[in-house]
Design a binder for this molecule. Structure first.
Ligand SMILES: [Zn+2]
Length: 152
């Protein structure tokens, strides 16, 4: 049943894990603030608050650039030089396509629907790991246990 809470303004918090120090986003309604990257449940540091999920996305991406994005860039550059990678890696262009296919009309998706789309795309990867990478890249926002929202 809908409650009056639905009218409350949702804030997007950008949090920094106390353990692995990676950034992630949670809505102000989220009760579970454990780190989606390492599972650490120690209280995360609050980096910033945003009213707009796109702003939160940017802040998360910025927080994670040194760790993940640079590796991703390096990887895709070496990919174009050497075509020797055996397993199908996700490239940045595939992400939005797969996520949109998995999402409902509200742009939200869960592990199960994501897993289905990964299979269709021929990517052998755990849906949760995939979503985690997408969250690190600032494409998804974790909005609860096993649920994400597309941020574009
Ligand atoms: Zn962590």
């Amino acid at each position: 049943m809908a409650s009056g809470d639905d009218d409350a303004v949702i804030e997007w918090k950008v949090l920094l894990c106390a353990d692995c120090e990676r950034g992630f986003g949670r809505s102000s309604r989220a009760k579970d603030l454990s780190c989606p990257h390492c599972g650490c449940s120690a209280p995360p540091h609050l980096l910033s608050r945003h009213l707009n999920p796109a702003d939160a996305q940017q802040a998360i991406a910025l927080a994670n650039i040194p760790l993940e994005i640079r590796a991703e860039l390096t990887k895709s550059m070496s990919n174009s030089r050497h075509k020797e990678q055996k397993s199908k890696r996700i490239n940045a262009d595939d992400l939005p396509v797969i996520l949109r296919a998995a999402a409902d009309e509200n742009g939200e998706l869960d592990v199960d629907s994501l897993q289905v789309q990964l299979s269709i795309a021929g990517i052998v990867m755990d849906g949760e790991v995939f979503a985690d990478e997408a969250a690190v890249a600032g494409i998804l926002l974790n909005i609860g246990a096993g649920r994400w929202r597309i941020l574009d």
